[in-house]
Design a protein around this ligand. Structure first.
Ligand code: BGC
Length: 344
């Protein structure tokens, strides 16, 4: 493990970058927000390619307004209608930072905090955060841990763990924008995507699920046998029009254990990424609202220049009876994982 300086925050606090890997893959992760800053894998001719969008140093992550490049999002990813929910009959109120709704938990996000560095070695690094009772409006003091760890071959895993002293909700995910042709290389419309999802959850104009679970068959949401991301993105289909592209929760097949969620191919590099997870759903977001973002290597990112695969509980699940509940009972252990595997 190489520990590097990653610049200073406005308050003078120094951030670090933890760089590790093997001959097949290299990761760089910061203790500021636990963000994934670089992910380098070989292309079909063996040359290294950085396949995640990111910022040059910590100040970019501190200034990030609403993109969440590479961040781990918590305590709750995606939207909660009207920024309110009930647990055990009590109402909890969150920031309304997306119209009248809550997005990615609101102000003072986990991704803009300095995390404590726990155990690290050549294969993994663990970050810890104590999130107090009523932090961002969520009940329960929660001990949160995020671990990045190398797996055999060209693969790594992100593990999310939490324990709270009161019933609460936890729904954490990674918000990396992938471009398998290399960050800053243009749009991802020619990437070939396969999703292991027979259904999705349509959302209203505010991107909040209506509660229905709709088969993807016969719709532009059908990626079951693989197609380019761009093939149907411009279709006159209400869910795509509302979201200005893909920004939808897919209901992953076979709701048991860690199983394949997606396979993506970068058309220029031949890099293939396979994602596995034990979450029930996955938000696929084609960077529809990214505009003039000053990224690393002097790249300026725009819409469709990356694609996020965010395994998670379904958006607004806390307010939807038909969705699997993101409730974490007091004293119980939250354990979720996302695995990324590469080949070229
Ligand atoms: C959401 C988008 C949002 C983006 C950046 C994604 O997880 O689905 O609607 O614009 O995050 O905040």
């Amino acid at each position: 493990m190489e520990v590097k300086d990653f610049g200073r925050l406005l308050d003078g606090c120094a951030a670090r970058l933890f760089v590790f890997g093997n001959e097949k893959l290299k990761l760089a992760v910061s203790d500021y927000g636990t963000s994934l800053v670089n992910l380098i894998v070989p292309d079909k001719s063996g040359g290294p390619v950085d396949i995640v969008l990111g910022y040059e140093d910590v100040s970019g992550y501190e200034k990030d307004e609403s993109c969440y490049l590479g961040c781990n999002v918590g305590r709750n990813a995606n939207r909660i209608r009207d920024g309110r929910f009930l647990i055990n009959g009590r109402e909890y109120i969150l920031d309304k930072n997306d119209g009248k709704n809550n997005l990615h938990s609101g102000a003072h996000p986990y991704s803009k905090r300095m995390w404590t560095v726990g155990k690290y070695n050549d294969e993994s690094v663990t970050f810890a955060l104590k999130s107090p009772h009523m932090d961002q409006g969520f009940p329960g003091e929660a001990d949160i841990r995020i671990t990045y760890e190398l797996l055999e071959g060209a693969a790594f895993r992100i593990r999310y763990e939490a324990v709270s002293d009161k019933d609460t909700i936890v729904n954490m995910t990674n918000h990396s924008y992938f471009n398998l042709n290399g960050e800053g290389s243009g749009n991802v419309l020619h990437h070939r995507l396969t999703l292991y999802a027979d259904a999705f959850t349509p959302a209203d104009a505010e991107s909040i699920p209506t509660g229905e679970i709709v088969p993807v068959a016969g719709t532009p949401m059908d990626f079951r046998s693989g197609k380019t991301i761009g093939q149907d993105i411009g279709e006159k289909y209400q869910p795509l029009i509302f979201a200005k592209g893909y920004d939808h929760n897919f209901v992953l097949d076979d709701q048991k254990g860690c199983r394949p969620a997606a396979e993506v191919l970068g058309d220029e590099t031949g890099i293939v990424m396979r994602i596995e997870t034990d979450y029930p759903g996955m938000q696929v977001y084609t960077a529809n609202y990214v505009k003039d973002v000053k990224g690393k290597n002097r790249h300026i990112y725009g819409p469709r220049e990356g694609v996020c695969f965010e395994p998670q509980f379904f958006p607004d699940a806390v307010n939807q009876d038909k969705f699997i509940s993101p409730l974490l009972k007091a004293g119980e252990r939250y354990k979720k994982e996302i695995i990324y595997r590469f080949s070229s």
